[in-house]
Design a protein around this ligand. Structure first.
Ligand code: UDP
Length: 480
């Protein structure tokens, strides 16, 4: 294996540059694996940024990939420490933007060292990592953006500078006024990603920069497939999202999903094995989703009253100490967090898992029939590929926008009402969970999800649109 790595390192390579966070990393690794399946004459090198704040632990996953895929090499960049002023706490995205700007000299250095031993055919960076464009231009390396969010979100980002010019006020002041992005259903102003809401916010400028940078790469890869978002894709490729400049060609190469992420207890899978077919509703909220103690209690009460079987991943609430807001939370004390006697009373009805579950394996299990999700794009694609219908409970990043698209455009989820305002009553949890598992609406969602899963498999198969798009890119890189 070592010998093979050395041989590959001396040859051609494609560099992948994900932004920090498990969701971004997983998608990038899957992209690397998918490229390698096409047997290209080059290796994959992943630049791994290390942040001092909570972006989820990626170490076990990275170790697993390193040991299983000899043609994938990680370059572990030196950690960057960001001083955080606790009196003026920024968004998570603000930290990411700051971090990735500071990271640029390290990226430059890594690319220079790598180019001593390898010929870099292309850099694929995720949309937050736009600062790499300048370095790539200096080094004459073609750059491709990889959007780990849906095409609908890409359409919104591409159109954002235009919308900014047309709107005299901060979007937060428009409350629920519908905004009209090309190729999307009307989106309430309050549902656009948080950093886009306030034009006095540092993150707002970061998003404007990110959006402007999207016209610079040689192409944009998206983790989606043609049949899932035809309207948004048409708007992007027709240039409706950027009226005053050409939009780079777009390649839909998804769905890319990771079957194995190398961490968390698998005990819950044994438990699922003892449950009836399609009877379980799974509740899991991404790598960073946290709820207040009061909200955890509402969920517990709603679940118990729904009488539906459940598997629920519970994390500790966010720390009340502002200086700890961006640090990982400790293991939850379930007895203290959940209502008195809840665990005992629901023993035959459900299982609570601490902090992390093997989500893809859970969703693929025959006992699982519904998913309450935070609408992170990886989670959505994983549910879709497993044919599991969703209840949309968005929490952060672009998830409120994803919710609108999932519910209004794709018809793959029902909304958890109240989530968009940050508070969901127990009655709503009870009603939605029961509705998902038992109602005609839930049944219709299940059927549409199964149809979309079949279309996803077609896109990925021989002669499918996603496979063809990646094959075409691989051919272009080989020639460069
Ligand atoms: N995930 C998991 N177990 C958990 C929570 C998350 O395996 O308990 C995985 C999930 O399957 C997905 C990723 O972590 O692949 C989360 O990515 P997503 O884009 O859904 O959300 P993010 O964490 O980026 O907000």
């Amino acid at each position: 294996m070592e010998e093979e790595k050395t041989r590959m390192k001396k040859g051609d390579t494609i560099v992948l540059y994900p932004s920090p966070g498990m969701g971004h990393l997983i998608s990038m690794v899957e992209l690397g694996k998918r490229i390698l399946e096409l047997n290209p004459p080059f290796s994959i090198t992943i630049l791994l940024t290390q942040a001092s704040f909570n972006t989820g632990s990626t170490a076990p996953y990275v170790r697993m990939v390193e040991s299983s895929f000899p043609a994938i090499t990680f370059i572990h960049l030196p950690p960057i420490s960001l001083p955080i002023d606790s009196s003026n706490l920024p968004h998570h995205e603000t930290l990411i933007f700051r971090l990735l700007r500071l990271n640029n000299p390290l990226i430059h250095q890594s690319l220079l060292s790598l180019s001593l031993s390898s010929s870099i055919l292309a850099i694929l960076y995720d949309s937050f990592c736009g600062p790499v464009l300048d370095i790539a231009a200096q080094l004459h390396i073609p750059c491709y953006c990889f959007s780990t969010s849906p095409a609908s979100c890409l359409a919104a980002f591409l159109y954002f500078p235009t919308l900014h010019r047309l709107t005299p006020t901060s979007f937060k002041d428009l409350h629920d006024t519908p905004l009209h992005f090309p190729g999307l259903p009307p989106v309430p102003a309050s549902a656009i990603p948080l950093p886009m809401l306030d034009r006095n916010d540092e993150a707002y400028d970061g998003v404007l920069q990110l959006s402007g940078d999207l016209s610079k790469p040689a192409g944009i890869l998206i983790n989606t497939f043609d049949a899932l978002e035809p309207r948004a894709l048409k708007a992007i490729s027709e240039g409706s999202c950027v009226p005053d400049a050409p939009t780079p060609p777009v390649y839909c190469i998804g769905p890319l999903i990771a079957k194995e992420k190398g961490e968390g207890s698998r005990d819950c899978l044994h438990w699922l094995g003892s449950q009836p077919s399609h009877s379980i509703v799974f509740l899991c909220f991404g790598s960073l989703g946290l709820f207040s103690s009061a909200q955890l209690i509402e969920i517990a009460v709603g679940l118990e009253r729904s009488r539906q079987r459940f598997l629920w991943v519970v994390r500790s609430p966010p720390s009340e100490d502002p200086t700890k807001r961006f640090l990982p939370t400790p293991e939850p004390d379930l007895e203290a967090l959940l209502p008195d006697g809840f665990l005992e009373r629901t023993k035959g009805q459900g299982l609570v898992v601490k902090s992390w579950a093997p989500q893809m394996a859970v969703l693929s299990h025959n006992s699982v029939g519904g998913f309450v999700t935070h609408c992170g794009w990886n989670s959505v694609l994983e549910a879709l590929c497993a044919g599991v219908p969703m209840v949309a409970w968005p929490l952060y990043a672009e998830q409120r926008l994803n919710r609108v698209v999932l519910v209004e455009e794709m018809g793959l989820a029902m909304p958890m009402v109240g989530a968009e305002k940050g508070w969901v009553e127990a009655e709503e949890v009870e009603k939605r969970v029961r509705g998902l598992m038992e109602s005609e609406e839930g049944k219709a969602l299940r059927e549409r999800t199964a149809q979309m899963r079949d279309k996803a498999m077609t896109a990925l198969g021989e002669g499918g649109s996603s496979r063809d798009a990646l094959t075409e890119l691989t051919r272009v890189w080989k020639q460069s």
